[in-house]
Design a protein around this ligand. Sequence first.
Ligand SMILES: Cc1ncc(COP(=O)(O)O)c(C=O)c1O
Length: 392
Amino acid sequence: MADSTSRFAPIIAGVRAIYGNGSIPLHRPVFEGNERQYLVDCIDSNFVSSVGAKVTEFEQRIVAFTGIPYAVATVNGTAALHVALQLAGVGRDAAVITQALTFIATCNAIRYCGAHPVFIDVDRDTLGLSPEALRRFLARHAEHRHGQTVDKTSGRRLAACVPMHTFGHPCRIEEIVALCAEYGLPVVEDAAESLGSTVGSRHTGGFGRLGVLSFNGNKIITTGGGGMILTEDTDLAARAKHLTTTAKLPHPYEFVHDEVGYNYRLPNLNAALGCAQMERLPEMLAIKAAIAARYAALFATLGIPFIQALPGATTNSWLNAILFDSLAERDAFLDYSNAQGVMTRPIWRLMNRLTMYADCQHDGLENSIWLEERVVNIPSSVPDGALPSMTP
Ligand SMILES: Cc1ncc(COP(=O)(O)O)c(C=O)c1O
């Protein structure tokens, strides 16, 4: 262990140079703007639930920031995914292509629709769905039958593809969208982690037919709990709002609902937090970029691969990640760093290893397994009170 200690100590020193002594969390929220004021405004207005001016304002702020024409606020990112998948046409017994290297919500939302995830491999550099692996899978499995794309092996309709921008790093979304278009597959982009990340001049979440964001407490900005459905399609946006507000027909006092909808609308209180957080987002992104640049320099010196955005893309640097040489080294580092109060964690266990998804079809997942054994997230919060000095 002496060897690994000498290799790991400079990493811990580098983390402490940014975050100081004491216990360091992986990612914590920052409430240093108008959060309190907007919450009080909300309470004073009596509009604390899912009707209120802050919900609309928060949606408008997301539209203005991302440049994606429509944004519909939901109670969380999982609910946003659930409804986005339905709107993309995912229904019972369909198959939905996604990555096994993702957070559980991606798969759960597919299952809520009664559909079956199909796991395709990721790229080692982006940690996101691999267009090459997708092309191989579709060439081997997809067949056009009666106006539908069907998986020849399972006999299931291939209803959608859900790529995910892991830790904020954009996947090769343009290639994925182009490929899916060849096969008539709608793309639902899981951009839960990538608010602020772009490919070319376009924001992630805006490439697919629909995209989703999350504002969970661990994300780059938070509403406590919250999510957003993104789309440039006027009709889909209207359907998203209708389905997430119990499918209630507008009326001053009657309760008439025209389908089975969901109580998924974001409460005004949460949206109030979101509005205040959005005011600080550009500053947060600059600080996150500065932290990532410091880490990149450190890990270049140490010869440890540090995950970064592809050329032509920008990452929000939400959660920084490094790669170890082996599972044994990864585990030794996790033990070492956490014992010292520096919180680190491995990437998610592959979805097909979990009981609920163990039977799902997959393509062998070579890169996903390789990454699962090596990736570690390191502290990535905006440091306490150090905002101006971190701005590049
Ligand atoms: C990749 C991914 N998808 C979906 C979600 C679901 O978001 P939420 O926690 O807001 O339901 C999250 C985050 O939590 C996520 O990281």
